[in-house]
Design a protein around this ligand. Structure first.
Ligand code: AMP
Ligand code: MG
Length: 518
């Protein structure tokens, strides 16, 4: 067993886990140095307790799957032991900037996130980050804390997204405390341990660009290339190739979000991962009744981050990233022409977003409709479905799930989807078009249904499900958090014992409001 200052005082599996976390290793973000981060201990969290724990994330990190019951677990992942760590290996908060709601916001940074370090397992390296660990030099007016409500939402959603097959940061655990935290009302504090290969955001690049630190900008880009996109080194312009990777992974990500009716809620450039991961779960939401204009963030009065806006906002954000990387582009050109050609190159790479996103979404829609072949008019069929879903506020998840029951031969299996539409006649018109389209497919109904059920989830983290788990957790009963997390680990499976989790939301769900205040 290794001894690291981080595991001093711990024993058993917790000591092994803590000892595996390293925050000085060569090639790590931490090794980039002081320009990028500030090291500091977490603020003490009184009497911490375990609210949620994901054994599969523990295993991914090479930790014991029963770690949560090991002595010292809650103390460690509340950040409480960090006050005893030597100064050179303290956790760190990183500095970044960003555009918030379309406006340059200047310096932001990890105002309440502290990275403990990296763990390596099976040749993969992951950073572990405490969210809600107290104030940092980047906290501005904030208290550095996260509340139990938002921490449970982040924990549940990051795990749910992963099991839906959507790129995301993960969550190892949620630790709670009775420490009061003031939001719109008094709540209590919690800390989520997030896990990701990297937490680098578009905003990190924007920061060093805005501060005219081209040296730091290059170090950061080199770090990301070396660690995550080594093939970019072979490109004519490695930094342009890095932009291209961000463009492609972001386009793929947004196509996935659109395909499950997920709204992020705060797509500011500081909340965009350079790896194309879903990051920073705040006022996110999975749609119940489909509304293309759905705004999940109560604070987003203009609807900038409405569901239908997400693709173009992602594109806009990539422009900001390209701008941030601009000083690095075009090293192969002569100085006289460099800046002009760099801009042209960047624009060309950015155009790749559209070329990637549209086919990615079309492919996703084809899979959701159970179409194996490509035919003229498939996009019209999908768009028409969205139109009637929107007009009827038909439930997003159930509509697609129930379409798998529809038969290509007759209307005998239409009811489960049809009943979600108030305007049955509109559904019937569409269903006939769909049946006509299915007649060109060789697959039989059963095989199509099986394939559709592997891409159209039955279980998503609906707001009211999270809310039920949160209400019980506030009463110190965490069983619903774990039950729900378990259901969401198998979103495509029929789980007859959990049918209630797949149902339409209760009336009270429509009055739930989520905002930036978390
Ligand atoms: P977000 O909207 O959650 O992405 O946060 C935007 C910025 O505000 C980031 O720099 C966060 O670290 C910071 N921030 C959000 N909430 C808090 C808080 N309670 N305390 C300190 N900083 C915060
Ligand atoms: Mg953020």
């Amino acid at each position: 067993m290794s001894f690291s200052p981080c595991n001093a005082g711990l024993s058993g599996p917790m000591s092994t886990a803590a000892g595996a976390i390293d925050n000085q290793r060569e090639g790590s973000f931490a090794a980039l140095g002081n320009v990028f981060l500030t090291r500091l201990p977490a603020a003490p969290l009184p009497a911490p307790y375990v609210v949620g724990f994901a054994p599969d994330v523990a295993t991914m990190l090479g930790f014991d799957a029963s770690l949560a019951s090991a002595p010292g677990f809650a103390e460690f992942f509340s950040g409480n032991t960090t006050r005893d760590w030597p100064s050179a290996s303290l956790p760190y908060a990183s500095v970044y900037s960003g555009h918030q709601f379309g406006v340059w916001a200047g310096q932001l940074g990890d105002g309440r996130a502290l990275t403990l370090g990296e763990a390596e397992h099976d040749g993969r390296r992951f950073e572990l980050q405490l969210k809600g660990g107290g104030r940092t030099p980047y906290s501005r007016m904030g208290d550095g804390r996260a509340v139990l409500r938002s921490s449970i939402r982040e924990y549940l959603c990051s795990e749910a997204m992963h099991h839906l097959g959507i790129p995301t940061t993960r969550a190892l655990c949620v630790i709670g405390s009775d420490q009061p935290v003031r939001r719109e009302e008094m709540e209590t504090a919690a800390v989520v341990t997030r896990v990701s290969p990297s937490f680098v955001r578009f905003g990190h690049f924007e920061h060093f660009y805005a501060n005219d630190r081209v040296d730091a900008l290059r170090s950061l880009a080199d770090h990301v290339i070396d660690r995550f996109y080594p093939a970019c080194r072979d490109a004519e312009d490695p930094y342009l190739a890095l932009l291209n990777e961000a463009v492609l992974s972001t386009a793929d990500l947004i196509a996935q979000w659109q395909g499950v009716g997920f709204c992020h809620g705060v797509m500011n450039t500081d909340n965009m991962s350079i790896l194309g991961l879903t990051i920073d779960y705040g006022p996110f939401g999975f749609m119940d009744g489909f509304d293309a204009n759905h705004i999940c963030n109560h604070s987003d009065s203009q609807g900038r981050y409405a569901y239908r806006m997400q693709p173009q906002i992602a594109y806009w954000n990539l422009f900001c990233l390209a701008q941030g990387l601009l000083p690095l582009f075009g090293a192969r050109y002569g100085e006289a022409e460099r800046s002009e050609r760099a801009v042209q190159d960047a624009q060309r790479v950015l155009e790749g977003f559209k070329a990637r996103f549209a086919p990615a979404l079309e492919a996703r829609m084809r899979a959701k409709l159970g179409l194996e072949t490509e035919r003229e008019g498939d996009d019209t069929l999908a768009n028409k479905l969205f139109e009637i879903m929107h007009a009827n506020r038909a439930d997003f998840t159930l509509t697609f799930r129930n379409l798998s029951k529809l038969s290509k031969h007759d209307a005998s299996g239409d009811a489960p989807a049809r009943d979600l539409f108030l305007d049955r006649a509109a559904f019937d018109v569409w269903a006939n078009d769909y049946r006509a389209r299915l007649s060109h497919e060789t697959r039989d109904d059963a095989a199509r249904a099986e394939a559709m059920n592997r891409v159209n989830p039955k279980y998503v983290l609906r707001n009211h499900l999270a809310e039920n788990a949160i209400r019980q957790a506030k009463e110190k009963d965490f069983s619903e958090v774990e039950r729900l997390a378990d259901v969401l680990r198998r979103p495509f499976d029929e789980q007859p014992e959990h049918e209630a989790y797949a149902g339409l939301p209760p009336d009270w769900a429509s009055s739930l409001e989520v905002s930036c205040s978390s």
